[in-house]
Design a protein around this ligand. Structure first.
Ligand code: DI6
Ligand code: FE
Length: 401
């Protein structure tokens, strides 16, 4: 099916810039972009359908490249406790924190997890999200990690959305392995990851590299296994302290290193050389009332590509709006609206290994885009959330929510 989309302006996001074309038209064919450019240069097309976009600004479909959207329960009770002065450590000592989400996730059936995740993912989609990454990491044993990853695959089957699933079995130490982190890493490498990969449930492998989670040496063992299995890696690094996990990630050609508040200039240089994307998560920064800022100047100076994501999770970023993250990226991290938009389009695609097919509007790429009734692209980062009028197109077909 060939469709002509006309009467619009396009922020193509080619090269990670607005690269705007005003008074533009787009031709899509069988899910791909066949042509785009100024309306005046359009030759005659044999389109089965012509759509008038009413002067809208068209951007690539938004990409949320770091979420933990599948989980049981929620932690609003802990949020309330924390605001009354109970510390995160005290909550964890009472069995709260990640451990409480692990219990709730293990107790939930696959259908229950699917139903709750679908609601959250649909909230993200109402913001123009057409691709998302979903991590496991609240099951922490083979059966429950499998259950989470199957839910991620099912979301892709049942919603008009592309989903990349990431195995984050090395998120926290399960209670069965208390005091035996090395044994748990061995169990992931020898049993869990090979089985989950063989079942086709894993697109990438992630870990939480932090004093309260796993050491760089443990992460490296996992990365070696991932490499053996032909799976790309990414890493939660430098969120609470500097362990140079981001340099380690770069050594393994990671797709991305994420969080990064405590990274150093040397880490930025290593990431730039490897082409590893920096995924910044302003929702977690905000929710934890963090004060250490990621080194924006070093990232820019060394040409590290910067993505932005929701980190949607029950403990540190219950964020249901990717557009709100654009605003937070600008207000908290001093990103420009153009950098923020590139962070949820082209650079987010690269962070998922999809940079050649998604993330910008260029001939030959997938026709995922959003036509926004806004005055200029900066409006997307300007409004604090809310439902902006828009039409969402996935693989050349308009979707309704
Ligand atoms: N970093 C985070 O902020 C989340 N996971 C991670 O590795 C926390 C997840 C949670 O508290 O449930
Ligand atoms: Fe995360």
């Amino acid at each position: 099916m060939t469709t002509l989309w006309q009467n619009c302006h396009v922020a193509t996001m080619a090269e990670g810039r607005y690269s705007a074309i005003e008074n533009a038209a787009i031709v899509t064919r069988d899910g791909l972009i066949e042509w785009l450019g100024p309306c005046a240069e359009l030759a005659t097309v044999e389109a089965e359908r012509t759509v008038d976009l009413g002067g809208a600004w068209v951007t690539p479909g938004l990409i949320d490249c770091h979420t933990h959207a599948v989980f049981g329960g929620n932690r609003s009770g802990e949020f309330e406790q924390r605001l009354q002065g109970v510390s995160y450590a005290e909550i964890a000592a009472q069995g709260g924190g990640i451990a409480s989400t692990v219990r709730a996730t293990r107790a939930a059936s696959e259908d229950e997890l699917f139903a709750s995740a679908r609601q959250r993912v649909q909230a993200l989609m109402r913001d123009g999200v057409t691709t998302i990454e979903i991590k496991s990491g609240y099951g922490l044993d083979l059966a429950n990690e499998r259950k989470m990853l199957r839910v991620a695959r099912r979301l892709a089957d049942e919603l008009p959305l592309a989903v990349r699933s990431t195995c984050l079995a090395a998120h926290a130490l399960p209670p069965e392995y208390a005091g035996r982190a090395d044994d748990y890493i061995a169990h992931i490498c020898d049993e869990m990851l090979p089985a989950l990969a063989a079942e086709g449930l894993v697109d990438a492998v992630d870990a939480f590299c932090e004093h309260l989670a796993f050491s760089p040496a443990q992460v490296e063992r996992l990365f070696i296994k991932a490499q053996e299995l032909g799976l790309p890696v990414k890493l939660h690094a430098e969120q609470l302290s500097s362990l140079h996990g981001s340099s380690l990630a770069a050594r393994y050609q990671a797709l991305s290193a994420d969080h990064l508040e405590f990274m150093t200039e040397e880490d930025a240089i290593a990431m730039a050389k490897a082409g590893t994307v920096a995924v910044l998560l302003p929702g977690a920064f905000y929710f934890l009332r963090e004060t250490q800022l990621p080194p924006m100047d070093a990232l820019r100076r060394h040409g590290v590509r910067i993505a932005l994501a929701s980190d949607l999770n029950p403990g540190t970023s219950p964020g249901l709006s990717l557009r709100l993250m654009l605003n937070m990226g600008c207000t908290c991290f001093r990103m420009t609206p153009e950098e923020a938009l590139a962070g949820v389009t082209l650079h987010a695609a690269t962070a998922l290994g999809l940079g050649d097919s998604h993330g910008s509007l260029e001939v030959g790429k997938v026709a995922d885009f959003v036509a926004w009734q806004i005055e200029r692209p900066a409006d997307l980062a300007y409004w604090l959330g809310g439902d902006l009028p828009k039409r969402v197109v996935r693989m050349g077909l308009e979707i309704t929510h």
